[in-house]
Design a protein around this ligand. Structure first.
Ligand code: FAD
Ligand code: NAI
Length: 466
């Protein structure tokens, strides 16, 4: 019987990163993966394909709308969707190969099949009707998440799709109805909007992007509406009639009231994701779940069974690839006897639309609710030189600092490249820095990042360019 120091079940960003770190620390490691390819949701049907399509569709739109004003004259761009999908697939393949390379480089055994925990130290791997049992000192569950479904609305991945189907539509829908104004709805809505679809987003709450700073979300909604998005907030889709050529969705006000019908060619259900534990044998092995079906862990990622740990989307916390990766590193270090740690106060979130939205730390609503006295510094991109010359002035930077100590508690950015710009705030916050520290840090000119420095100066009411 094969035996290891560590077996990781799942090769998403949590699992494969955990395996690499454990191998670096001298452990004999195997990963178990039931999919044909490594890389999990993120590489195959998540982060990577969505970003490839966001990039390609943005270029398509820029070529059609922005080139002329810069004096670049091109004929109207023509969409070749199969070629765009091929571009997406090349991106996926390249990244999957990269993970395969990392497994080889770090001498990690890849066991293809479904992993089932038989108890402490024993994992069964089954594929094609055959199974083998492997022994291991430790097990890390990194099985990720699956799409959340709407009761009574069956996803066929053709006309009623989840994010997976929405990443592979074979033609641009005339009308796309999206259920859920969260990250998936707005990112994939942007893709298909840019390629020509009419997009309507139905959201249960009275705002988009719940969890993000309210002021940022409001401005983001206005920008998306200018781009042509239509929002129906405080509403839910209760049924979709698939009998005709066009889908007919029943929309009801969340608070109750008269229903209306909306027609669509494609309905995208993007109402969140749920932890994935099917087939793992957790109940029989005695691994406890929390009331929301996530694997229950202590602050050191340990489950209720000794030697069994869990990380990533399958445990509590934001369902983000980088959170899963950092947990993967931390748990490998803990298993190796080191002090692995994740700082959950400094996990950035990015929505990769145009403009992008990024955020780290507390929102204004959270600070108010916690009764923390804070000061706000804001700086608009309309006053940033680089944004002005590039004519990309949508959005602003918002910094929230402790009123007494000036320590930065939250940074929120809406604007082009916001997803790259957030990281100086992450480093600052990781070191417990103040708005004054940021304000006194020299920033290259002309960059969009100068708006971050100016927002920090604005906390002390002394922004220069405003
Ligand atoms: P996963 O990536 O879900 O990987 C789990 C793996 O475990 C899968 O390969 C699965 O096949 C395997 N598995 C499950 N059960 C078993 C078993 N019993 N035996 C063997 N193998 C098993 N996050 C970001 O941070 N940035 C983004 O831009 C982003 N974009 C996204 C876009 C979309 C459309 C979606 C759906 C998600 C996106 N996410 C993004 C979220 C991100 O994909 C997840 O947070 C991340 O993949 C979680 O990593 P994980 O390792 O926990 O699990
Ligand atoms: P989400 O949780 O971001 O948004 C779901 C939205 O649907 C919420 O606004 C919610 O209020 C709404 N909703 C729920 N039930 C509804 C109903 N019945 N009718 C109408 N609206 C309803 O989930 P989403 O967008 O599906 O994404 C899933 C996960 O994937 C997220 O946790 C996210 O972190 C991750 N992800 C991250 C990305 C990124 O980091 N850029 C990109 C895409 C996904």
């Amino acid at each position: 019987m094969a035996s290891y120091d560590l077996v990781v079940i799942g090769t998403g960003p949590g699992g494969y990163v955990c395996a690499v770190r454990a191998a670096q620390l001298g452990m004999k490691v195997a990963v178990v993966e039931k999919n044909a390819t490594l890389g999990g949701t993120c590489l195959n049907v998540g982060c990577m394909p969505s970003k490839a399509l966001l990039h390609a569709s943005e270029m398509f739109e820029e070529a059609g709308h922005s080139f002329a004003k810069m004096g670049v004259s091109v004929s109207a761009p023509k969409l070749e969707l199969p070629a765009m999908m091929n571009f997406k697939q090349q991106g996926i393949d390249g990244n999957v190969k990269g993970v395969e390379f990392l497994m080889k480089k770090n001498k990690i055994d890849v066991l293809k099949g479904t992993g089932k925990i038989l108890g402490a130290g024993k994992v069964e791997v089954s594929a094609d009707g055959k199974s083998q049992t492997i022994e291991t000192k430790s097990i890390v569950i990194a099985t990720g998440s699956d799409i959340a479904r709407l009761k009574g609305i069956e996803i066929d991945e053709k006309r009623i799709v989840s994010s997976t189907g929405a990443l592979s539509l074979d033609k641009v829908p005339g009308k796309l109805l999206i259920v859920g104004a969260g990250v998936i709805g707005l990112e994939l809505g942007s893709v298909w909007k840019r390629l020509g679809a009419e997009v309507v987003v139905v959201e249960f709450l009275d705002r988009i992007l719940p969890g993000m700073d309210g002021e940022i979300a409001k401005q983001f909604q206005r920008i998306l509406e200018k781009q042509g998005f239509a929002f129906k907030l405080g509403a839910k889709v209760t049924a979709v009639d698939t009998s005709g050529k066009t889908l007919k969705a029943t929309i009801e006000p969340a608070a109750g009231g008269a229903a209306e019908t909306l027609e669509a060619d494609v309905v995208l259900v993007a109402i969140g994701r749920v932890p994935y534990t099917d087939g793992l044998g957790l109940k029989e092995a005695g691994v406890a779940l929390d009331p929301r079906g996530r694997v229950q862990i202590d602050p050191h990622f340990a489950t209720s069974v000794k030697g069994v740990y869990a990380i990533g989307d399958v445990v509590a916390g934001p369902m983000l690839a980088h959170k899963a990766e950092d947990e993967g590193v931390a748990v490998a270090e803990i298993i190796a006897g080191q002090a692995g740690h994740v700082n959950y106060d400094v996990i950035p979130g990015v929505v990769y639309t145009t403009p992008e939205v990024s955020s780290v730390g507390k929102t204004e609503e959270e600070l108010k609710q916690a009764g923390v006295a804070y000061t706000v510094g804001k700086f608009p991109f309309t006053a940033n030189g680089r944004s002005k010359v590039n004519q990309t002035t949508d959005g602003f930077v918002k910094i929230l600092a402790d009123a007494k100590t000036d320590r930065v508690l939250g940074v929120h950015i809406i604007g082009r490249e916001a997803g790259e710009m957030i990281h100086e705030a992450c480093v600052l916050m990781e070191f417990g820095g103040s708005a004054e520290d940021l304000a006194r840090t020299c920033h290259a000119h002309p960059t969009r990042s100068e708006a971050v420095k100016e927002a920090a100066l604005a906390v002390g009411k002394r922004a220069i360019h405003m």
